[in-house]
Design a protein. Structure first.
Length: 91
């Protein structure tokens, strides 16, 4: 039995009141928070495309865990490995 916050997890985009990205769940106002970083490119603090991609990946974690458990229990390990390799550019 997993002890993480129950899913689904969602990405709440920044607003004027909250200038960061929240990953939330129905049972929790905040599972994780991605804040702005100070970059040395003269543009100051801001959220990047990478920050939003990281937030989506974090929010998908419980779903990915469930999918992997399903795949494992149904003998789909080769398909899981192929999908990971493709995502990482190894196939």
């Amino acid at each position: 039995m997993s002890k993480h916050t129950p899913c689904p997890w969602t990405v709440a985009p920044p607003s004027d009141q909250t200038p960061h990205i929240w990953i939330t769940a129905a049972t929790s106002s905040g599972v994780a928070k991605i804040e702005t970083c100070n970059y040395d490119d003269g543009q100051g603090e801001r959220l990047t495309d990478e920050d939003f991609a990281n937030a989506r990946l974090i929010a998908a974690a419980p779903d990915m865990l469930a999918a992997l458990k399903y795949a494992r229990s149904h003998g789909f390990i080769d398909q899981v490995e192929a999908a990971i390799a493709k995502a990482e550019g190894r196939s």
